[in-house]
Write a protein that binds this ligand. Structure first.
Ligand SMILES: NC(=O)c1ccc[n+]([C@@H]2O[C@H](COP(=O)([O-])OP(=O)(O)OC[C@H]3O[C@@H](n4cnc5c(N)ncnc54)[C@H](O)[C@@H]3O)[C@@H](O)[C@H]2O)c1
Length: 509
């Protein structure tokens, strides 16, 4: 999938294109520079001597070559897509991002560039205003747009979020994170593009396998991969060493070696187990995550935490082991049971409380906004893991609601879903934060109201004994030197990490 940056001269296509390519670990190409190489002359000369048609034909020819080649970021000329044929070429094999600017910003930028553009000197702003007016209808017709008058890093991040494409560099060799509707049918191509080797073991659980495994196996086999599947029993109660060992043996039987690839297709339970099996099989083979639950998309599939549960507590054994690719296909959420989906939205609300008030509000209408919620939710997690991959500081913010939530989930005997328990944990932790003077007054009510509107629980169920919950929290791995450290909310959009709470029992009452 190529990424085309489009907009008027001076909108930043080349500068932003280079930085975007670097951020996404892709090559960059400037279409006008390529045309000048092909023509062996400057564009200005070509138009003056041979006429605009010769230039436009060269533009079409160059575009045809680009789309045949491997994916990259391309800065287009300011009128490159006026020709319908060019637009069709770009749209068929890529996504077009339109950079929005105004005549004033363009004039300011281009005036610094006077030497290169002598024709634009003088009444530059008037000329640009007229050009933008003339192309208004054309420029307005591109749906993927970013405001390109802001600070560079902000624009680059905004483009990645809108594209649903990121590259994580924080662990190992780095990996792409891609959100693509219908993407599971392209997984074979995507593995090939990344030189990932077979044989492949496809891991999914007993709920997900009957719905999607065949499609994924077909996509793999049609691109030449040898692939077998291992179906694990669904449910958190099966996130055990026994299931891991089922996967180790399946990998052996399927002929995997340490250069082969395990593909996880499913929720967070599946990716935690498949990732851990990959981390340990033959001392580590490749793995790829195809998350199919909202929770796995916005959280579990990224960041390289893998592992399994012990009867004493959740995720007590594991490894940091990054995947080689994460592909989230929001279309798979259509089959996710409603209760699971709502539980995932609780985790997205958590991301909103940590760093994204807009996302927090978007969750109120989650059903109509799922792809947008997935892109924004994943973006929050990616920013955090890039900054602190091994949870030395800010990554602990992701534990918001989890210290209490994990214990509640476990004591409920998994009667409560992970996200439901996290929602309960967030409200309890917000109440404590208010009592401690850390949170803004009323925050617990704001969070509880959002959960109630989603049909999610907000209180620890009365039949769960508090002493059991407190004891379970003591075993939680996030305690360091015998002290439990909390991530507590300050307001929607801000969290404080590393907080110790004295007399937790009283605080919870
Ligand atoms: N590694 C991490 O960083 C991290 C972060 C958060 C949570 N987790 C872990 O993730 C797990 C929770 O994730 P989860 O809620 O996805 O649990 P899950 O994998 O158990 O999936 C929930 C349920 O939904 C079903 N399901 C999933 N996708 C489906 C689909 N598209 N259609 C139909 N059914 C589908 C599953 O079969 C299961 O019954 C926990 O084990 C938690 O510890 C890990």
């Amino acid at each position: 999938m190529h990424i085309f940056l489009y907009g008027a001269s001076g909108s930043g296509k080349s500068t932003l294109g280079k930085e975007l390519a670097h951020a996404l670990n892709l090559d960059f190409l400037d279409l006008d520079a390529q045309i000048e190489i092909d023509l062996n002359d400057s564009i200005t000369n070509t138009i003056a001597i041979k006429g605009e048609k010769v230039f436009r034909d060269a533009e079409t020819a160059a575009l045809k070559n680009i789309v045949r080649d491997k994916e990259n970021v391309v800065a287009l000329g300011g009128g490159a897509l006026l020709r319908e044929q060019n637009r069709t070429l770009a749209e068929k094999d890529g996504k077009i991002i339109f950079l929005e600017t105004d005549a004033e910003t363009l004039a300011e930028r281009l005036s610094k560039d006077k030497n290169k553009r002598p024709l634009l000197a003088g009444e530059l702003k008037e000329k640009l205003t007229a050009l933008l007016e003339k192309r208004k209808e054309h420029y307005d017709s591109f749906p993927l747009r970013v405001n390109a008058t802001r600070e560079k890093n902000q624009i680059i991040w905004d483009i990645q979020r809108k594209l649903g494409r990121f590259h994580s560099r924080s662990m190992g060799t780095g990996y792409d994170i891609i959100i693509q509707e219908g993407g599971i049918d392209n997984i074979g191509e995507m593995l090939k593009e990344r030189d990932l080797r077979g044989p492949i073991l496809l891991v999914s659980d007993s709920n997900v396998a009957p719905i999607y495994a065949e499609r994924v196996l077909n996509a793999l086999k049609s691109t030449g991969y040898s692939a077998q599947q291992s179906v694990i029993p669904a449910g958190e109660a099966n996130k055990t060493l026994e299931t891991v060992s089922q996967l180790w043996r399946a990998a052996l039987n399927a002929g995997l070696d340490r250069k082969s690839t395990i593909v996880s297709l499913g929720g967070g339970m599946t990716s935690d187990l498949a990732g851990f099996a990959a981390a340990t099989f033959m001392r580590g083979c490749n793995w790829v995550a195809l998350p199919t639950s909202l929770l796995a998309m916005v959280d579990a599939s990224m960041g390289g935490k893998t592992g399994f549960d012990l009867p004493e507590g959740k995720n007590l054994v594991g490894a940091f082991y990054p995947p080689r690719l994460v592909l989230a296909d929001p279309e798979t959420l259509t089959s996710l049971p409603k209760r699971e989906l709502r539980s995932g939205v609780a985790e997205v609300l958590k991301h909103g409380i940590i760093a994204a008030p807009k996302l927090f509000n978007l969750c109120k209408n989650y059903e109509g906004n799922l792809p947008e919620i997935v892109r924004r939710g994943m973006a929050v997690k990616i920013k955090i893991i890039e900054e602190d991959p091994y949870e030395q500081s800010i990554r602990a913010a992701l534990n918001l609601g989890h210290t209490i939530g994990h214990a509640v989930e476990l004591v409920s005997g998994f009667e409560l879903l992970h996200g439901e328990a996290v929602g309960i944990g967030m409200v309890a932790e917000a109440k404590i934060a208010e009592k401690m003077g850390i949170a803004e007054k009323g925050l617990a009510t704001i969070i509880a109201d959002a959960l109630v509107a989603l049909g999610l629980p907000t209180e620890i169920p009365q039949h769960l004994p508090l002493p059991d919950i407190l004891r379970t929290m003591q075993t939680d791995k996030k305690k360091s030197a015998g002290v439990i450290k909390f991530a507590l909310p300050v307001k929607v959009g801000k969290v404080k990490v590393g907080v110790e709470i004295e007399n937790l029992e009283n605080m919870l009452n």
